[in-house]
Ligand binder design. Structure first.
Ligand code: FAQ
Length: 326
């Protein structure tokens, strides 16, 4: 027997529907929630956007860890604002994902059970204050490279959610780079601290762009449907090209002996990413995967009373509105 709450299976897709959809994509049109879309497009978007939203939420944890230990009031205020922004980004993207017919409860349940993925980068620990600078510089810097392009993704709600997010990420990157610049021009100990953080975060930041193009099963479809506009390797290269001069400007070394400028291509050639480490982290066995999931579950459990109170309030208001209308 079909469970009463099971969603009806989508009707079969016709060749005409698919052709009309592909033509809209080819013409550069945005696809909106009520438009017809292939089931596979909807599923790919739910996968990618929910992972993105989870990343923003889990991404609050490594930096949140330093709010109580920020070295000055100015730094503390900036960090609180940044971490709050990331929470906001998660919520925009969850809202945008809900337009595809998946509930927020389902997405959150998948995160909390460990079923859903989130960005590998947030499974690394923040050991010193310099890590906060380097996260802003590298992690938000990488996010900007990726998300500026997603602001032109073919799905309207996703593209639009990226516009404000990118503006805020720009501020995050600047504050992070400024922390690094100050430390890099400070005492010997401060210089050593920022260099150590750069050494630890550089390679995991390059992993944020996903596996190399030859090992990226989703890219072909996402590029065809203009959700992605550039491949994982193209965006990784763009990030390296942007970041090398920034490191040079503050006299910090990037931990890659193979890094060299290639005049012919105009690119900075870089060494081999450790893909074994990447897959280990993605599969749940990174330095902080368990800690991150435990923290999200604890926050969810401790927030149960807020959800219950909000529901009771909404029910009371609905009751009051019904009696006023009667
Ligand atoms: N971590 O076939 P592909 C931020 C998975 S936001 C974990 O290449 P795709 C802001 C991938 O899901 C950071 N898993 O996948 C911030 C797939 O598995 P599946 C998040 C990864 O989708 C800053 C499998 O590997 N940004 O940082 C990763 O075509 C500071 C095969 O990969 C976004 O999510 C990874 N790094 O390309 C917040 C941007 N890479 O699902 C707080 C949107 C790949 O088939 C503090 N997403 N995988 O089981 C994207 O642009 C794409 O989804 C990629 C991956 C590029 C991440």
């Amino acid at each position: 027997m079909t469970p009463t709450n099971a969603a009806a299976p989508p009707p079969p897709e016709t060749a005409e529907q698919l052709a009309a959809f592909e033509a809209r994509i080819a013409a550069g049109e945005y696809i909106e929630p009520k438009d017809w879309m292939p089931e596979r497009y909807r599923k790919q978007l739910i996968r990618m956007m929910s992972q993105h939203a989870h990343s923003e939420i889990v991404g609050m944890l490594p930096e949140g860890n330093w709010i109580t230990r920020a070295p000055s009031l100015r730094r503390k205020m900036t960090l609180i604002a940044k971490v709050q922004d990331e929470g906001g980004h998660g919520h925009y993207i969850y809202c945008a994902t809900e337009t595809l017919g998946v509930s927020r409860d389902q997405m959150v349940a998948d995160l909390l059970s460990g079923k859903a993925k989130y960005s590998s980068i947030f499974n690394y620990p923040t050991l010193t204050w310099a890590d906060i600078g380097v996260i802003g510089w590298f992690v938000d810097g990488a996010a900007i490279v990726n998300q500026t392009v997603l602001a032109k993704a073919s799905y309207g709600p996703y593209a639009r959610s990226m516009i404000r997010i990118c503006k805020e990420e720009n501020f995050h990157k600047r504050q992070g780079y400024e922390i690094c610049a100050v430390l890099a021009s400070g005492t010997e100990a401060q210089r050593a601290m920022v260099q150590d953080a750069v050494n630890r975060w550089w390679w995991p930041s390059l992993m944020m762009f996903g596996p190399g193009d030859a090992s990226s099963p989703n890219s072909e479809e996402l590029l065809r449907w203009k959700v992605k506009r550039f491949s994982n390797d193209e965006l990784r290269q763009r990030f390296v090209n942007l970041t090398v001069p920034q490191a040079q400007a503050i006299d910090v070394a990037l931990p890659d002996p193979e890094l060299r400028y290639d005049a012919a291509s105009g690119d900075w050639h870089f060494g081999q990413v450790d893909w074994n480490e990447f897959w280990q982290v993605v599969k749940g066995d990174g330095p902080c995967n368990r800690e991150r999931l435990a923290a999200r579950n604890k926050a969810h459990d401790e927030g149960a009373w807020v959800r219950a109170a909000a529901e009771a309030y909404a029910a009371r208001r609905a009751g009051a509105a019904a009696s006023a209308a009667a």
